[in-house]
Design a protein around this ligand. Sequence first.
Ligand code: ZN
Ligand code: ZN
Length: 253
Amino acid sequence: MIDFLQDEAWNSLRRQMNAPLVAADAVPATVVGGLSLVELARLATDGIDTTVDQLKIAPDQTLFLHDTRVVVELAPHADGLPTIHLTACATVQAALQQNCHVSTRTARHVEVSVVNPDGEWDVATQQKPVCVDCLRILNWQGMQSDLPDALQQHIAEQFDLSDFYQIYPATLPLTTYQKLWITTGERLNTYTPDWPEVAEYVKTYSRWICTTCQRSFAHHRDQLLVDHLNGLKYDNTIGNLRVCCVSCRAALS
Ligand SMILES: [Zn+2]
Ligand SMILES: [Zn+2]
C-alpha cells in the first residue's frame, strides 16, 4: 500500500495547497458537535467510561455526553449487573465524581458466566435492571410512585431502550439544547479532558497563524492560544474556537 505521507506527488500537491502535514494521531477526539464518529460508534457498541460530572443534564432531566443523549451505568455496589439510569435521578446526582459507563446501546441484555448445577461454568443471558426512580421522573408509561408495586415492577421489566431512544433521540440539533444549558447553567464551565489535543489540532489546522494579526507563530508556538468565543470551555464546536496570539488576546480583552 502507498504511504501517502511519503508520496512525493501527494506531498507536492499538499504544499501547493498550503495544507499542513497532520499525522493521523493528531486528529482530535472532538471534531464537530463534541464527539467524533469513532466515539459515536463506541457509544453505540461497547460504550465509553467517563465520570458523572462530565455529563450534562437536559431540561427534561435526561443525560448527555457532549450533545449525545446517553444512558448511564454506575458500578454496582455488590456483585451483580449495573443499573441503567436514564435521568439525573437522586442516585446519579449523588455520584457526581464517580466513574460511570455511558452508551447509546439499545440492548439491556448481557451474557454472564454462571455455575450450572453440575458445578461447571455456563453462559447465561441476563437483563440489566433499569432505575425505577428514572422511570418515575420520565413518567414512563404512566410510572408513578403511587402505582401498585407489581405494576411498577412490570413496567420496569418491560422497559425497552429502543422505545426510549424513539421518544428521546440520541442526537438532536445542538443549538436547541445549548441555549437552555447556557441559561440554566447545569454544567460546570470546565475544559473537556481532550482539550489539549483539540487545541493542538486547531492550531495545526490554522497553520500556527494568529487569526487576528495574521502573523505566523510556527517558531513560537507557546505564544499561540485557542479561545472559546462563547465563553463555554467545554464547547469545542469548531465555529466556537478562535486561534489567537498572546498579544492579540491581551489587546482584545
Ligand atoms: Zn436513576
Ligand atoms: Zn495576533
